[in-house]
Design a protein around this ligand. Structure first.
Ligand code: EPU
Length: 420
């Protein structure tokens, strides 16, 4: 299993370019199932989960052509209604294939999806199933491991999300595109990736309004035509690199990004005294000589993203003072902080949803294991600050979200090596 070996203490400088957003690209690939015409995707990040999505789509019968960061998908000959367990149970977003398949074929069989262990149990899919039932589908479960969703005739629905969910909002929005009638989705997530997905589907002929607000209305259409989608810059990469620059007290320019998508983080930078400049598609984090601690509470967009909570804890471990970090979205996203304590950080876990971080702490290199994508990038940032050498195992988890991270960080002057 490859690992990162990182020697800390080196100042970073220069420019880093943000790749296409993982969480936008992962929805566009299953969206291809809604049409019989070829779609083109540009600015695709080259990361593990994208490869897995293509494997799944290709197994269903789609023809996929890849060239660098561009892909074309011809879904015309898709002829299967079953997501193979050995492909689908490896990543959470395999569940995003279900809605479009149900809308196109009226039937889908699929296993419980895999993915990061950051939520309750194996991360529930109950809300997806509730949504499919609201569209008139019958859902049969085999002890929560395998599902069979089938409908004689799907109908439009009026659905209220009991909790705000990004992927379920996207899934039901996609499914409703091909269901006759007017579907109204209430209490929707408002992430920019949802708006981008809706804009794209509309460009293919869908009739979606309100995406990016809590109420989305979809008027079903008979079919969707060909389309071209350019994946937006990854806002979590942008935020991770901004935190990395600030925590290592380096000056770094982050390019090909949209600073408007991380205003929650930048407003916290304003409070802590971390200086930055920004333009339409770039962000310059200025070198600092120290900054203050500040409390955060994760929240659905446009609040502070749970996906930046782990890197933020590293930032606070280097701040002056004490901060309270509250994780409100996932049940198990603070457990990894134990590894940071082993490196020398002063962190007290109050309960599974809250930690108190006191800084600044000197960090020391250790042998660690990356538990999930975001804790993984946080450990990389900690290793860049730490005295000595850190080994991070299980970097497969980091590769799932950050394309060629080692090469890109080397360009900034980091001493990081991938050891097979
Ligand atoms: N939930 C349920 N039932 C469901 C679905 C979700 O109880 O059927 C719960 C989850 O367990 C969680 C809460 O709802 O407690 C909210 O999770 P949500 O469904 O919004 O998360 P998601 O849609 O599965 C997306 C991103 C995550 C990101 C969250 C929150 C994708 C592919 N994933 O997940 O990204 O953390 O929204 O913003 O879009 C990551 O990139 O590292 C990552 C985990």
């Amino acid at each position: 299993m490859p690992k990162f070996v990182i020697t800390g203490g080196h100042k970073l400088s220069g420019e880093i370019t943000v790749k296409g957003a993982k969480n936008a690209a992962l929805k566009i690939i299953p969206a291809a199932l809604l049409s019989e015409e070829t779609i083109t995707i540009k600015n695709l990040p080259q990361i593990e989960d994208i490869g897995k999505s293509f494997d799944l789509l290709s197994d269903l019968g789609a023809e996929i052509t890849l060239a660098g960061d561009q892909a074309t998908i011809n879904p015309k000959n898709i002829n299967k209604i079953e997501l193979q367990a050995k492909l689908a149970d490896k990543f959470r977003t395999s569940v995003m294939f279900v809605g479009p398949m149900l809308a196109r074929f009226g039937e889908v069989k699929f296993p419980h999806p895999g993915g990061c262990v950051i939520g309750a149990g194996s991360r529930p899919i109950d809300l997806f199933l509730e949504g499919f039932k609201a569209f008139g589908a019958d859902v049969q479960e085999e002890s929560g491991k395998y599902y069979h969703v089938k409908a004689e005739k799907l109908h439009a629905a009026n659905f209220f999300f009991p909790l705000v969910s990004v992927t379920v909002t996207e899934s039901l929005m996609m499914t409703a595109c091909l269901i006759p009638g007017r579907t109204v989705l209430n209490n929707c997530a408002m992430e920019p990736e949802i708006e981008a997905l809706a804009e794209y589907l509309n460009s293919q002929g869908a009739k979606i309004s309100g995406a990016g607000t809590p109420k989305i209305i979809v008027e079903g259409v008979e079919k969707l035509k060909a389309g071209i989608f350019t994946v937006m810059p990854d806002r979590i990469e942008t935020g991770s690199f901004a935190i990395m620059a600030a925590a290592t007290r380096s000056e770094i320019k982050i390019t090909n990004c949209n600073p408007e998508h991380i205003l929650s983080l930048l407003s916290v930078f304003d409070k802590t005294g971390i200086a930055y400049e920004k333009g339409e598609n770039w962000l310059l984090i200025k070198k600092n000589n120290g900054y203050q601690a500040y409390d955060i509470r994760t929240h659905e967009y446009p609040g502070f993203p749970t996906d930046l909570q782990s890197p933020y804890i590293i930032l606070m471990s280097q701040a002056q003072g004490t901060s309270l970090i509250q994780e409100t979205i996932y049940d198990r996203r603070l457990i990894w902080t134990d590894m940071l304590s082993q490196m020398g950080a002063n962190i007290v876990m109050c309960d599974p949803h809250r930690v108190v971080v006191s800084g600044p702490s000197k960090l020391y290199g250790k042998k660690l294991m990356s538990p999930d994508i975001r804790a993984g990038i946080a450990l990389v940032i900690a290793a860049l600050i730490a005295e000595g050498t850190t080994e991070i195992d299980n970097i497969y988890q980091i590769d799932r979200g950050y394309e060629k991270l080692d090469e890109r960080l080397k360009n900034l002057g980091a001493v990081i090596n991938r050891v097979e």
